[in-house]
Write a protein that binds this ligand. Structure first.
Ligand SMILES: [Zn+2]
Length: 434
């Protein structure tokens, strides 16, 4: 038996298709051609830097490791046929630039490259990343080569999650997806330690069904593949399904925040300790802007908290200059100055909020009045004068310290959600599964 690894990226387009489904069809086609074909572990859905502008729905590449009797050339032609069929249906004349890599044998994972693909906007790849045992199609450097290589080099050893993806029959493509919200809500609460980001109890809506014409009916995210399979068997479905597949993923692991270098390049991930410098300003449209001092680089930076996050505009309207917060975000390009869009916040320390008022006169106990701009205070009865105001500290109890996330519908695929705060699933290595 020979060992192979396949990775693909950017097969779908805004006209339909889904790269996960292309991989499902490649696996099915390989199985048909090789009775001894065996997947090792689970196929992987590898999420990459969420800020990269070249993406159809989310930035992710696909990967699978397997054993087969087939040669690398035959695998290439089988996989290529599936991809070309999908491009004919969905990708032609679109912006998609698909890439397929088939590696034979083991490869030496390049952790640094994987980390860069999670945090930076990579446009090119270093030739040294392309190893001798790779077959690459097409025979030119595509934009999606970046993601395809990243999926090969992904490292899930510290944490991973799972997503069960369920695919529709072609007759259903483009039709409204009907999800039993009640059942989903009760499943999410029954298995709250094993499921995440499937239902938003605050906005009271399901988060599992995409909205486009792609072949996905829904995707159920969880910690345990066996439990996902069990839940799937109990689900009331409102349409006939084509197939389903469990993917291992880095979704919900927050790994993109672990190796940030804050170079402020466009579309890169940002994470630093910030002292608020200017009063946060609310704008028409519900977003908030302010400036802050980066406590590590000493730079003054511009921040923006967008309305769809719901949490942040309200939170920032209660923050004042001097407050110390950790900000995780993304660098948005702008003609004047790159701006950091806030994705997560941790409130570390709040300064006292002082309220200055006219002091009481020590002689006649009346409240003094302002003597004029920058002139201090004066008593009207006895002409006592002072420059010192009365200082009161306003309690800041309306801003509890701690970690703040956007509402679920505005969270990134990689964001570690509340349900996974203390959860780590160690990847125990590849096991053969049929
Ligand atoms: Zn007085």
């Amino acid at each position: 038996m020979n060992l192979y690894q396949i990775s693909i990226d950017d097969i779908d387009s805004d006209r339909g298709g889904c790269t996960t489904y292309t991989l499902v069809k490649i696996i099915a086609s390989l199985k048909r051609n090789d009775s001894r074909f065996k997947i090792l572990g689970f196929p992987r859905l590898v999420r990459l830097n969420p800020n990269v502008p070249y993406k159809t729905r989310g930035n992710g590449a696909l990967y699978v490791k397997f054993e087969s009797l087939l040669t690398q050339d035959i695998i290439l032609s089988i996989a290529k046929n599936v991809i070309e069929e999908d491009i004919k249906n969905y990708g032609e004349k679109s912006q998609s630039q698909p890439t397929l890599i088939i590696a034979s044998g083991e490869i030496q994972p390049n952790e640094r490259y994987y980390n860069d693909s999670l945090t930076k906007f990579l446009l090119n790849v270093d030739d040294s990343l392309i190893q001798k045992n790779y077959l690459i199609w097409p025979n030119k450097k595509n934009r999606s080569l970046v993601g395809t290589l990243a999926a090969l080099h992904a490292n899930f050893s510290d944490d991973c999650s799972y997503e069960l993806l369920v695919y529709r029959t072609p007759a259903q493509y483009g039709k409204t997806r009907i999800i039993d919200q009640k059942q989903l809500k009760s499943l999410q609460s029954e298995f709250k330690d094993s499921l995440f980001s499937n239902y938003d109890p605050i906005e009271e809506r399901e988060l599992i069904a995409p909205s486009g014409s792609d072949p996905i009916y829904f995707g159920l995210r969880g910690e345990n593949p066996d439990l996902l399979k069990k839940i799937m068997s109990q689900l009331k479905l409102n349409e006939k399904i084509q197939s389903s597949m469990i993917f291992q993923s880095n979704q919900g692991t927050g790994i993109h925040l672990e190796h940030v270098n804050n170079d402020l390049q466009e579309f890169s991930v940002f994470s630093s300790l910030i002292m608020i410098r200017t009063e946060p300003l609310s704008h028409k449209g519900g977003y908030v802007t302010f400036r802050g001092w980066d406590q590590y680089s000493n730079n003054s930076l511009k921040f923006i908290a967008f309305e769809p996050t719901k949490t942040f505009p309200k939170l920032f309207s209660n923050l004042i200059p001097g407050d110390l917060i950790m900000i995780h975000g993304s660098v948005k390009p702008s003609t004047s100055e790159n701006t950091i869009s806030v994705d997560e916040v941790c409130i570390i320390k709040l300064v006292d909020k002082m309220i200055l008022s006219a002091p009481y006169c020590p002689n006649c106990k009346h409240r003094t009045t302002k003597a004029g701009w920058k002139k201090g205070y004066k008593c009207k009865t006895c002409s006592f004068a002072t420059r010192n105001p009365n200082v009161l500290n306003e309690p800041r109890e309306n801003v509890p310290l701690g970690h703040y996330l956007p509402v679920k519908s505005a969270q990134r695929h990689l964001t570690r959600p509340r349900e996974r705060e203390y959860r780590r699933n160690k990847f125990e290595g590849y096991k053969a599964r049929g």
